[in-house]
Design a binder for this molecule. Structure first.
Ligand code: ADP
Length: 597
């Protein structure tokens, strides 16, 4: 009930009433005294003026054989008591000796005992009218010198202000009553007033508390058009503005969070003291560790640059590289409060492993191509030179064998260039698959027939094992045959004469498969993962000898990938190698099309 604003209002009202009543009371009481004094002196001046002829004459004219002039004057004064306002209680008249100022007669009962010489009496003793008022004195008096016959008297009127004092007392009591009443009314009024004033303020306070707790659901009713009404209206619009601003900020934050969540680059943000504020899943995955609030900047990136260096980088950022968990990570470290050198730091992590590997492969590829082309070229050149230099001196069969070498080497070069061209067509996407439906079993059979003679030449036992009811498939027949032939001729090439080569084919779900198993030299475990790389050969000399370019399997892999199939080495114990080809019966998926499992 007595909340501070109520109390303040009551206090203000009380102070107002008290100060008002004090001023009014003091003014009133002062005015009463002033008025009374003025009234007294003007009454006296009128009474003793020349105009009041009878009175003045009665006072100053002695009767015949008069014995006691003072007594006579006293009687005259007694007769004019009404005019002089003498009541013998608060106002009295006295007759004093005009020379000594001694009391001779008077209207009070004490016989002038309390009389003393006042400045007005002194003036009258000197023969002048003593009617000076003295505000500080507690009395009012006038002393008039009277010449009665031979004798000099002083008529002295003294008012002890009793009337005005009792009037003032009454006035004081009245003011006091008015004050009490005024206070009562003011307290009551201030309560009523404060209620009308404070209730809207209380409502505003409650609403402000609600807004502070994030509840924007309710609007405050505007019930008046005064300042508080305007304030309420402004508060409502401020709350509305705040709500939409917060919604915007929330939206932005959600957007950023989603961006952080799904972006492929890693982002880690640190506060100024080096603890993690935010880390996205990509960052955790790339750094291969859990990043929590306990993780510090130094735990992660101290090796790249001290945090203070990043903070002082200003508008630019620092760059670094980190190798961790088999990945190569490119880092960009930047302060996010660029004005101060003590703000937080943001680290963006970019995984460049694949990029680096591709660059490395490209370099290797170029080196390989140059090498592969240079070898036959060198051979051609040296044999051609010998032929040119030796000319007709060379025996004819030697010259012919030289020419054969030159022809073989140029064939080899053509082969390499053709293979490279095929690969580059695949890389650039120019090579389109010519998809048709054809019998998979027939294709396997055809490739078997095609290499049968060659296998027999090497004394290999070539067997074919086809599952019954193999379905037709949708694929590029020419290319599929190219893959099959490559696998088969590799098996023949890399199996010592008299080996066993088994071809089998079947169906598994929505796929068909073919496996070529030989008991040849096989591939060491270390080389197996790289066997589909361009120009990769386990034994370069042997491969070259047998006319291999090291591109056959990479072309085959490229073709199978384009068919969304699988070309892989099957795990098997030595000796030999098993290569497995899998193809989708429905062929590669066109965009938007899907195969059932
Ligand atoms: P190449 O033209 O040299 O045969 P490929 O790409 O066809 O090139 O084969 C790459 C390498 O894989 C070969 O050089 C050979 O070392 C190895 N290779 C392929 N098939 C076999 C196999 N059946 N047995 C052993 N090694 C093989």
């Amino acid at each position: 009930m007595f909340r501070s604003l109520h109390m303040k209002l009551v206090l203000i009202m009380v102070l107002l009433i008290v100060s008002l009543m004090t001023v009014v009371g003091a003014f009133l009481m002062n005015s009463v005294v002033g008025f009374y004094m003025n009234e007294f002196y003007s009454q006296m001046r009128t009474a003793f003026s020349e105009d009041n002829i009878d009175f003045v004459r009665d006072l100053s004219t002695p009767t015949d054989q008069e014995e006691d002039g003072a007594e006579m004057i006293s009687q005259v004064l007694g007769a004019y008591m009404g005019t002089l306002g003498v009541d013998s209680r608060s106002r009295n008249y006295y007759v004093l000796d005009g020379v000594t100022g001694k009391y001779l007669a008077g209207s009070d009962d004490e016989g002038g005992e309390n009389l003393h010489i006042t400045p007005n009496i002194t003036a009258a003793l000197m023969g002048e009218m003593g009617d000076e008022s003295d505000v500080t004195a507690d009395y009012m008096d006038v002393a008039i010198p009277i010449q009665r016959g031979e004798s000099r008297y002083i008529v002295y009127i003294l008012d002890n202000r009793q009337t005005v004092l009792s009037l003032n007392e009454e006035l004081f009591a009245l003011i006091l009553q008015a004050l009490v009443l005024g206070l009562l009314i003011s307290v009551l009024l201030s309560f009523l007033l404060s209620k009308t004033m404070i209730t809207p303020i209380e409502r505003l306070t409650a609403a402000a508390q609600r807004v502070a707790h994030g509840d924007f659901s309710r609007k405050i009713q505007v019930s008046s058009k005064d300042e508080i009404g305007v304030l309420t209206e402004n508060f409502n619009s401020m709350a509305h503005q705040l709500e939409s601003t917060i919604a915007d900020v929330e939206n932005e934050r959600n957007k950023l969070n989603t961006l952080f969540l799904y972006m492929t680059d890693g982002v880690v943000a640190f506060s100024s003291d080096g603890t993690v504020i935010h880390a996205n899943p990509a960052a955790r995955e790339m750094l291969a560790r859990d990043i929590g609030p306990d993780t510090g900047y130094d735990d992660l990136f101290a090796a790249i640059a001290p945090m203070a260096d990043v903070q002082e980088a200003g508008g630019s950022s620092l760059q670094g590289e980190l190798e961790t968990g088999g990945r190569i990570l490119e880092l960009q470290l930047a302060p996010f409060d660029q004005d101060s050198h003590t703000g937080g730091v943001l680290v963006v992590i970019h995984d460049v492993t694949t990029q680096r590997r591709n660059e490395e492969m490209r370099r290797e590829f170029v080196a390989n191509v140059s090498h592969e082309l240079r070898t036959p070229l060198t051979n051609i050149r040296s044999y051609a030179e010998t032929l040119a230099d030796g000319g007709s001196d060379l025996p004819p069969h030697t010259a012919r064998s030289f020419l054969n070498v030159i022809l073989n080497e140029s064939d080899r070069m053509t082969h390499i260039v053709q293979d490279l061209l095929t690969l580059s067509r695949f890389d650039s996407g120019y090579s389109q698959l010519n998809l048709t439906w054809f019998s998979f079993a027939q294709a396997v059979e055809d490739s078997y027939q095609a290499v049968l003679m060659e296998a027999q030449r090497h004394g290999h036992t070539l067997s074919l094992d086809l599952q019954a009811d193999l379905p037709p498939i949708r694929a590029d027949r020419e290319r599929v045959l190219q893959v099959m032939m490559n696998i088969l001729s590799n098996a023949i090439k890399y199996t010592p004469d008299g080996g066993t080569i088994r071809i089998s084919a079947g169906r598994q779900g929505q796929r068909v498969w073919m496996e070529v198993d030989d008991n040849g030299i096989g591939i060491p475990a270390a080389d197996r993962p790289r066997i589909f790389e361009r120009f990769y050969r386990v034994d370069k000399a042997r491969s070259r000898e047998s006319g291999g370019t090291g591109l056959g399997l990479s072309i085959a892999k490229e073709i199978v990938d384009r068919h969304e199939g699988v070309l892989r080495l099957v795990d098997k114990k030595a000796p030999g190698l098993t290569v497995r080809l899998e193809l989708l019966i429905q062929g590669p998926r066109e965009r938007g099309q899907s195969h059932g499992a």
